[in-house]
Structure formats: structure tokens, C-alpha cells
Design a protein around this ligand. Structure first.
Ligand SMILES: O=C(O)C1=C[C@@H](OP(=O)(O)O)[C@@H](O)[C@H](O)C1
Ligand SMILES: C=C(OP(=O)(O)O)C(=O)O
Length: 451
């Protein structure tokens, strides 16, 4: 896991246009859930296109620790032989989730309604992140918790003998919190209700339905989403084909827009409506992005993105779009650095509790590279243009998206850009370097040589 890897500085510099056709690895959200739901089903689930990143592999280990058998086969497929809901074994040792917020929070939900004890740890980044947002509703369902001050990791839980179904209104826009409550509700007798005032990614709902759970969605009088789950279903194994991760696609997408003369096609990208905010925003900024070959696989829309370098203009990004592009703001800020005028991004409070305080990390990184920006508690404004930029070293704070976003900056900036730790990229996008080299980008792990 990334917290065990030595920091490895990485530098990018501008050079030739980016050209070619690529595929980004499988979607991280769907990959985590494929392993979790496969573990809760009785029988064999097959997963093709699983993202083999550190976060997802930590989830595989966690599911093995409660009795699932997860294997990779020669053809690249993974199989998950599930133990079945209600039959989880007690893990024999501590569960280490490394850098993975989704992994630990959803797993707390699953374990929290089983009568087992488990202790969770993570790296320095994950140990700073708030876990109360999932531990509080779990407490309401009967889970006992001992956690570090502020409900941080390390944390130990013991699930109730019989979990109580609850009705829970999610206080912040978070698919992880929604999912943790629903997953705990799976092993609670009766109906668990989650009220979601602001829509977030719906992979848990869609995939649980595919695995045979009874789950329904309606809108209440206030227009809030009401999700109802009937507890204790028998989950049936599935064959899952994981589409390309739109959050990972954001990096070649922005790189192709800002590196002059580029023409890149990214195939097989997930186009779930709760994940496409970045594409919408970049098109509004003047980006030449064509969505072709739209099709449906496994209940999800996918398509190919053809993107050519473009003159961008600054815009105001609607705050209510944030949940559909929450992980993409660091790379959007890089696009904004090349756009004419100001790009104003409101509604960013959740960025403060990601792998790093992403609002601050982005602002400091832009400043280190001579790009004017203004940060408030929950907004970022970037003043773009074609001025001399780059030349800085960016502190990544164990945050893969900060590392990748600023490496994209270096591909188009006047001077090379160095990130202090490229090893963190393995959290979500282990093929990042080779994929960009295939497109013609210039990356170097020797900062002095490149600079
Ligand atoms: O449910 C998920 O798979 C995710 C939800 C989001 O987190 P929040 O729910 O904390 O916003 C996102 O940032 C994360 O990368 C993946
Ligand atoms: C926020 C992220 O992930 P997680 O919360 O799963 O660590 C991310 O991948 O940008």
C-alpha cells in the first residue's frame, strides 16, 4: 500500500502533442463494490476489468479476511466466491485499508451489522479523515465503536447481534455515507431508508438491485431522494464487466485539451449521469469533446471520448454539479489555468476531507507554479491564460489526484512541474505513467534531469 512505498518524485515537461487511442483502468467505485457484493452473495461472482489499484486490492484483502475467496485468473478475470450475507467470519487481524476512504467506509457498513469485531487502520492520510459520518448511523443501528478522538482511525467496531433498521437523512452529499447505511441495512431485519437531499453516485443502489436486493427509489415532497432497502435478501452472484473510470479519464481528457495539437480517444468510459460533471464543464469551457459509440453494458451507459486540444474560457461551475465531479476538481483547476479569464468553483466544502485538504493542496500547487488563484472556505477561483507557468514542486500530501493533476499541468506548462511523490498514483491509476508515455507525454523520475 502507498503508505509503505518510498516517496518518488516525478516530473513532466511539455513536448509533442498527445495522440492515440487508450483505455483507462476500471472504475474504482464499481470495482470496490463488485468485490464487496460478490463476497456477500452465495456462489461465484466473476469480474472483468477490475481496477487493480492499491485501494481496490485492500478491499479484496478485507473481504478475504471475513471468508471470501478472491482469485485472479490467467485471462485477467477475477472470481469472488462469496460466503453469504449474515455469515461473515470474524477477521483474525487488523484490517489495513491504506489510503482508501471508500473501502474502509463501505466495509464498516457491511461489518457493522454483523456480530463480529474488527479493527481498521489506514495510512497517515486515511487516519486524518472523518469516520463519524459512517460510525454515527452505525451506532444508531446498534454497532459498538471505539475510535480515536474525532472518530478517526484506528477504529474498532463490534456489530450488534441483531442490527436495527433505521431511517437516515444523509447530512452531507456523500455516496460513501449513503452506501455504508444501505450496506449495514442489508443484514438488518426490515426496511432501511436513506434520504438523500442531494443526489450522489448511485452504484450501490444499481448494483445491489443487480445482485437481487429489493431496493427502491422515490422522491419526497421536498424533491429529496428516498431509497428503501428490504433487509436480509439472498444476494445472487453476478458477472460484472467494469467500465473505464471517468475520474481517471479526466487526466488524459484535460491533458489533450491543453497540450497543443493533441487528438486523443479514450474508449469505454463510464457515463453514469452522476459521474459526468467534468465532461459537461469542459464542454461549457469550449472543450472539443465528442462522445461517440454510446452503448449500455451491465446497466450502465458507456462511450468513447474523442478530445482535441482547444481554446478554453473560464466559467462559473454550478455548485449543484459538485457531487457529479467531486474527485475531478484538482484536474479541472489545471484546465482552468489554461482558460481565458476566471473559472469560479463554488460548493467545494467536501474537498477539505478527501485524501488531503484538496482545496488547499490545489491552491498551493497553483501558486507554486505561478498561477493566480483565490481560495475561500468552500470556493476556488483560478485565473487562467497563456502566461509563463510551471517550474514548481508540488506537495502531494499522500493524494493521488493532486499528483496526477499537477503532472498534467507540467505537460502543457512553459517549465517542467515536479510532484514530490508519484508513488501515490498507485492508489487509483497504476498505469498512469505508461499510458501517458504511450500518448507521447514526457515524464521523468529524475527531477534534476528534467528541469
Ligand atoms: O462511493 C464512492 O465510491 C465514492 C464516493 C465519493 O466520496 P464521498 O462519498 O466521500 O463524497 C468519492 O470521492 C470517492 O472517490 C468514491
Ligand atoms: C476521494 C477519493 O477516494 P476515497 O474517498 O475512496 O479515498 C478519490 O479517489 O479521489
Amino acid at each position: 500500500m502507498s503508505h509503505n512505498n518510498a516517496p518518488a518524485p516525478l516530473t513532466t515537461s511539455s513536448g509533442s502533442p498527445l495522440t492515440g487511442t487508450i483505455r483507462v483502468p476500471g472504475d474504482k467505485s464499481i470495482s470496490h463494490r463488485s468485490l464487496m457484493f460478490g463476497a456477500l452473495a452465495v456462489g461465484r461472482t466473476t469480474v472483468t476489468g477490475l481496477l487493480e489499484s492499491e485501494d481496490v486490492l485492500a478491499t479484496a484483502d478485507a473481504m478475504r479476511a471475513v471468508g471470501a475467496t478472491i482469485e485472479k485468473h490467467d485471462d485477467g478475470r477475477f472470481t469472488v466466491d462469496g460466503i453469504g450475507l449474515g455469515s461473515l467470519l470474524e477477521p483474525e487481524s487488523v484490517i489495513d485499508f491504506g489510503n482508501a476512504g471508500t473501502g474502509v467506509r463501505l466495509t464498516m457498513g457491511i461489518f457493522g451489522s454483523h456480530n463480529i469485531a474488527a479493527t481498521f487502520v489506514g495510512d497517515a492520510s486515511l487516519s486524518k479523515r472523518p469516520m463519524g459520518r459512517v460510525l454515527n448511523p452505525l451506532r444508531d443501528m446498534g454497532t459498538s465503536v471505539i475510535a480515536r478522538d474525532g472518530d478517526r482511525l484506528p477504529a474498532s467496531i463490534r456489530g450488534a447481534e441483531l442490527a436495527m433498521p433505521i431511517t437516515y437523512r444523509v447530512p452531507m452529499p456523500s455516496a460513501q455515507v449513503k452506501s455504508a447505511v444501505l450496506l449495514a441495512g442489508l443484514n438488518a431485519p426490515g426496511e432501511t431508508t436513506v434520504i438523500e437531499p442531494i443526489a450522489t453516485r448511485d452504484h450501490t443502489e444499481k448494483m445491489l438491485k443487480g445482485f437481487g436486493a429489493q431496493i427502491s427509489l422515490s422522491l419526497n415532497d421536498d424533491g429529496e431522494r428516498v431509497i428503501k432497502l428490504q433487509g436480509q435478501p439472498e444476494l445472487k452472484p453476478q458477472d460484472i464487466d467494469v467500465p473505464g473510470d471517468p475520474s481517471s479519464a479526466g487526466f488524459p481528457l484535460v491533458a489533450a485539451l491543453i497540450v497543443p495539437g493533441s487528438d486523443v480517444t479514450i474508449e469505454n468510459v463510464l457515463l453514469n449521469e452522476h459521474r459526468t460533471g467534468l465532461i459537461t464543464t469542459l464542454i461549457e469551457m469550449g472543450g472539443d469533446i465528442e462522445i461517440v459509440n454510446k452503448r449500455e453494458t451491465g446497466g450502465e451507459e458507456v462511450g468513447d471520448l474523442r478530445v482535441k486540444s482547444s481554446s478554453l474560457k473560464g466559467i462559473t461551475v454550478p455548485a449543484d454539479r459538485a457531487p457529479s465531479m467531486i474527485d475531478e476538481y484538482p484536474v479541472l483547476a489545471i484546465a482552468a489555468a489554461f482558460a481565458e479569464g476566471d473559472t469560479f468553483m463554488p460548493g467545494l466544502e467536501e474537498l477539505r476531507v478527501k485524501e488531503s485538504d484538496r482545496l488547499a493542496a490545489v491552491a498551493r500547487g497553483l501558486e507554486a507554479n505561478g498561477i493566480p488563484c483565490t481560495e475561500t472556505e468552500d470556493t476556488l477561483t483560478v485565473t487562467g491564460g497563456a502566461n509563463a507557468i510551471g517550474g514548481g514542486t508540488v506537495t502531494t500530501h499522500l493524494d493521488h489526484r493532486i499528483a496526477m493533476a499537477f503532472l498534467v499541468l507540467g505537460m502543457a506548462a512553459h517549465k517542467p512541474v515536479t510532484v514530490d511523490d508519484g508513488a501515490v498514483i498507485a492508489t487509483s491509476f497504476p498505469t498512469f505513467t505508461t499510458l501517458f508515455e504511450d500518448l507521447g507525454a514526457s515524464l521523468s523520475d529524475n527531477a534534476s534531469e528534467a528541469a
